[in-house]
Design a protein around this ligand. Structure first.
Ligand code: 0WD
Length: 254
């Protein structure tokens, strides 16, 4: 029971295929008490049964990260219902579809701003608002992809958002280290989720990674979940500012 006595909030469960679901499952199995957020009413219906599965029916809250008032309200609810928390999982990204295929130079400023706001700035804002609740020995985790480090076909706008997210992880790690909070990112290999469905020719990416990764397979949500649990737990107490690849070794090859 590595996470026994730990409490935290997971943002970004859309359904049971979500990477955040894998992280929640691994943490709950190790004894963590988890709060969940949902983006909108249609996702609420999907998140509620998932929360119930992990004994968290009393800890389900709305939070669209593009609305600062919803992040503030989340802080108030968590403070009232949970008190201090030990971890935050930020498993959220969005880019308008036009930014995920076609010519890179066609990206509009409007799409750029939306992607950066929801996929990058939200990490800073969530951490800032929830900081008063963070325990002295806490851990923040976000999710990134190799397309933020190297060119990946069609990843386009999300590639630059992930590059910014990875540096945000490092600057936050430096800033929060003095307060006892660690900040890390997992760079996961491709997994067929709702978010992935928006990326042009995603099926080819899956096949390519399977064929070319050292382990000759694609990573699963539960494998990312286990690595996430490690980064949220005290097992990784000296690890911060890391971009930890959980991709069957694919990044060696690119
Ligand atoms: O191959 C993949 N699936 C990889 C995903 C490889 C490497 C990294 N990632 C990243 C994604 O970029 C993202 O940061 O993992 C994170 C989680 O993505 P996921 O698990 O692949 O996708 P999904 O299950 O769709 O969860 C992302 C969720 C949204 O789902 P939808 O499909 O409704 O966009 O992010 C949430 C939403 O629940 N989300 C928001 N939450 C709050 N406020 C917002 C928002 N404004 N926008 C999206």
């Amino acid at each position: 029971m590595i996470m026994k006595g730990k409490k935290g909030v997971i943002l970004g469960v859309a359904n049971n295929k979500s990477i955040a679901y894998g992280i929640a499952k691994a943490c709950a199995e190790q004894g963590a008490q988890i709060a969940f957020t949902y983006l909108n009413d249609s996702l609420k219906k999907r998140v509620e049964p998932i929360a119930a599965e992990f004994g968290s029916s009393d800890y389900v809250y709305p939070c669209d990260v593009s609305k600062p008032e919803e992040i503030k309200a989340l802080k108030e609810s968590l403070e009232k219902d949970m008190g201090k928390i030990d971890f935050i999982v930020h498993s959220i990204a969005f880019a308008p579809k036009e930014g995920l295929s076609g010519r890179f130079y066609d990206i509009s400023k409007e799409a750029f701003d939306i992607a950066m706001d929801i996929s990058v700035y939200s990490l800073i804002e969530v951490v800032r608002e929830l900081k008063p609740l963070l325990s002295e020995n806490s851990s923040v985790l976000t999710l990134t992809y190799y397309g933020g480090a190297k060119y990946i076909p069609n990843y386009n706008l999300m590639g630059i958002a992930k590059a910014a997210l990875e540096m945000t992880t490092k600057y936050l790690a430096e800033d929060l280290g003095k307060d006892g909070t660690r900040v890390n990112a997992i760079s996961a290999g491709p997994i067929k989720t709702l978010a992935a469905a928006g990326i042009g020719d995603f099926r080819f990416m899956l096949k390519w990674n399977e064929a070319h990764s050292p382990l000759k397979k694609n990573v699963t949500t539960s494998e990312v979940g286990n690595s996430g649990m490690y980064l949220l737990s005290d097992l990784s107490s000296a690890v911060t500012g890391e971009i930890h690849y959980v991709d069957c070794g694919y990044n060696l090859m690119g």
